[in-house]
Design a protein around this ligand. Structure first.
Ligand SMILES: [Zn+2]
Length: 61
């Protein structure tokens, strides 16, 4: 089943946490939203994931 919930595409830059909405634009910053389902390998997300992965790896060492 496909989710209708969308997430602000710019939340990495503009918010402290993902902003979920059913609208096609973010209610807080007006940026376009994207479907929240295919998250892990969205090119727009790699920055945040990379940053978090690096931080996590550092913490383990
Ligand atoms: Zn936003």
């Amino acid at each position: 089943m496909k989710s209708d919930i969308r997430v602000c595409s710019a939340w990495h830059d503009r918010h402290n946490r993902p902003v979920y909405t059913l609208s096609s634009t973010c209610p807080e910053c007006g940026a376009p939203t994207e479907n929240s389902a295919p998250a892990p390998y969205n090119p727009d997300d790699t920055y945040g994931d990379y940053r978090r992965a690096r931080k996590r790896r550092r913490a383990e060492e």
